[in-house]
Structures are given as C-alpha cells and as structure tokens.
Ligand binder design. Structure first.
Ligand code: NDP
Length: 337
C-alpha cells in the first residue's frame, strides 16, 4: 500500500508534545519540516547534549534541552534520530524510566526494533517513518514542495491509533507527497543490511577485480580511474535507471555497448552469487549474527586512530591496488592543477 497526503489526518498530532532526540542529519531536517507543516514551535522540543548540534537547533529557533529524563516525561511523540548504535544505550537508560504512558516512539530505521534492542513498554506505540534519503535532501525536497520516498509501518499499537499517528508524521515531514510505502522493520532491515553487506561489497570487489585485470593488460591508472568512476558515468547510469528504467536506460548507450551488456549478462550464470546472497540474508542478517558481531565492536567505534575498528577497515581498503592507484592519480591531478 502507498499512502498519500489525502490518507493523513494531521490533526491527531496537533497539540501534542513532539520531542526529537538528536538534531543531526535526519533530526534537523525532520524537525524543520514538521514546524513548516504547521506544528507550533512551542510543541517541539529538541533533546540534545550541549554542543554544536544543540547550538544549531537554538539558532534555528527551537527549544533545546539536555535533560532527557524530563523530555521523556512530556513526550507524546518521540523521534529517535541519533545514530543506530547509540540509540539503545541512550533510550533505555535515559528515556525508558520516565517515559510518558501512550508515547509514540518513531524510528527512522528498522534496526533496533527488529533486533529488539530497545526496551519498549507495552503502553508505548512504535512506528517506523524511514526516509530513503539523506537529511539534507529530506529538507531541500520539502522546501521545493516535493516529497521523497519513505517507508512507513506500525510495529506496536498501544493506543489504537498508532498508524494514524505514523501517517500524520509522514505527512508533516513531507513524505506522503511522493507516497509513503507501507513496510515493516523486518523488511527495512533486511533490505538495508542486505544492500550494505551483500550488494555493495560485491560491487566494491567487482571494481577492484576489474581494475586489476585491466591494469595487468597494460591500462594506465589514470585511464582506468576515469573510465570506471571518475568520469561519473556510473552515477549517470544510475540516475537514468531511477528516472527512466533499469533496463531502458541502456538505450542511451551505443549499439555496441547495448549488445555487449545485454548478451554478456545473459551469458553469466548467477547461481553461485544467488547462493552467496541467500547465505548473507539468512545466516548473517535475518538471524541476527551481524547484529551480535556489531554489538561487540560498537563501543570501540568511539576510539581514536588504529584502535577504532572502522579505521582499521579503511586502512585495509585504501591499501588495495585500486585504493593506492586512485591516491596516486588524485595527488598527480592536484599537483598539476
Ligand atoms: P546523525 O549521525 O546525524 O546523528 C547525530 C545526532 O545524534 C546529533 O544530534 C548528536 O548529538 C546525536 N548523538 C550522537 N551520539 C549521541 C550520544 N551518544 N548520545 C546522545 N546523542 C547523540 O544521525 P542520522 O540522522 O544519520 O541518523 C538518525 C536515524 O536516522 C538513524 O536511525 C538512521 O538509521 C536513520 N536514517 C538516517 C539516514 C541518513 O541519511 N543519515 C537516512 C534514513 C534514515 P551530540 O553528538 O551532540 O550528542
């Protein structure tokens, strides 16, 4: 089902206290959109630690508090818009003990609800309103009077009108203008983590192997970097795929290219890849294995330098043949400009 503006009854969140935990990418965009949709400024409260994000919210005219326990007491609607990995700690320790009965908890990603990492009380509603866009686009599309793709779902309905509230929120942030797609935390998490752990890693390896084979055949680093991504051709292909169609965008390519791409893809046997994809989806994502692994390194992500596991992974990727070649090409380009 796809919900549009006409499906939303925004009066069901009028006069309610709306608390945003976090004023980052999504928080700043969604809070401003909601205010511009007619929710009075005095009904919106930003809960943020005292720092640059809090200052930014204040500069934009919002009321800000770092007293999360008191914010929990008054919240009729609570948006959890801080990074997924810190949500359980902050929500469970600082909101749950004083959370108002009947509060609607809004997540913008399915992760913490699907893996049951939030201590949700039976008297709370839980809804997902998950834009498929970065925060700056959520804001700029709203300002242009356009909508943006978004997933919406009702995960726990304690008050009997949780879906109505989810749709009102979707309307107020500007999502139902383009059509908010009915989904679930399971579907959102499965697709998100599958893309991150199966699709994109394969694309990274695909580019690394293609780079290596062509380099061994005598192609230069410069020519390869430009041919493969620095010309922005892949970005253009994906843009046309979104606008015109995944297959029909091929018609913009030369006849040699169209024939090569269509016949080449039909010659490939995808069955090994399919097995590998199924393995990741079922034995890493849906069974919670990745979530357990990630929970173990979560606190180390705040460490600096080599002790940070993400930094270690970046170092390995940058040390690859493709990473090294690109660094050489980019430094040569900078020195000649
Ligand atoms: P950000 O990384 O932009 O979050 C920054 C905000 O979180 C700031 O207000 C920051 O304030 C606060 N924050 C960070 N650490 C802590 C902490 N330990 N305690 C309290 N507050 C903290 O988050 P996003 O907007 O990227 O993501 C928010 C949600 O939206 C997530 O669920 C994400 O999956 C989802 N989402 C994100 C998208 C995106 O494009 N980024 C797209 C769609 C959904 P401070 O550090 O000052 O405390």
């Amino acid at each position: 089902k796809i919900y549009y503006d006409a499906d939303a009854n925004v009066s069901c969140i009028k006069g309610k206290k709306i608390v945003f935990l976090g004023f980052g990418n999504q928080g700043a965009a969604q809070a401003q959109n909601i205010r511009d949709s007619g929710i009075p400024n005095e009904d919106i409260l930003i809960a943020n630690r005292e720092d640059a994000y809090a200052e930014d919210a204040r500069q934009r005219g919002f009321t800000v508090t770092d007293d999360f326990e008191s914010a929990a007491k008054v919240a009729d609607v609570l948006f959890l818009l801080i990074p997924d990995q810190v949500q359980p700690r902050v929500f469970n320790e600082r909101f749950v003990p004083t959370l108002k009965e009947g509060c609607t908890i809004v997540v913008a990603s399915g992760y913490n609800v699907f893996y049951k990492l939030l201590n949700i009380h039976p008297t709370s509603n839980v809804v997902m309103v998950a834009p498929r866009m970065i925060g700056s686009s959520v804001r700029s599309l709203y300002e242009k009077g356009k909508g943006f793709p978004c997933f919406v779902s009702c995960e726990q309905d304690a008050t009997g009108n949780a879906l109505e509230i989810a749709l009102a929120i979707s309307y107020a942030i500007g999502a139902t203008k383009a059509g908010a797609i009915e989904s679930s935390v399971r579907e959102e998490t499965a697709m998100d983590l599958f893309a991150e752990q199966a699709l994109w890693p394969n694309i990274i390896v695909l580019f690394q192997q293609a780079f290596s084979v062509l380099k061994d055949a005598g192609c230069s680093d410069e020519a390869l970097c430009y041919e493969m991504w620095m010309s922005k051709e892949p970005a253009e292909i994906f843009e046309r795929a979104a606008e015109e169609g995944f297959i029909s965008q091929l018609k913009h390519h030369s006849t040699v290219s169209q024939y090569g791409q269509l016949s080449g893809s039909l010659r490939l046997d995808g069955s090994a890849l399919r097995k590998h994809f199924e393995d990741i989806l079922h034995n890493q994502v849906l069974n919670g294995k990745f979530c357990k692994e990630f929970s173990k390194i979560e606190e180390d992500l705040e460490k600096k330098g080599d002790e940070n596991p993400l930094e270690q992974l970046y170092k390995k990727a940058e040390a690859s043949e493709l990473g090294q070649a690109e660094a050489r090409v980019r430094s040569r380009l900078q020195s000649s400009s």
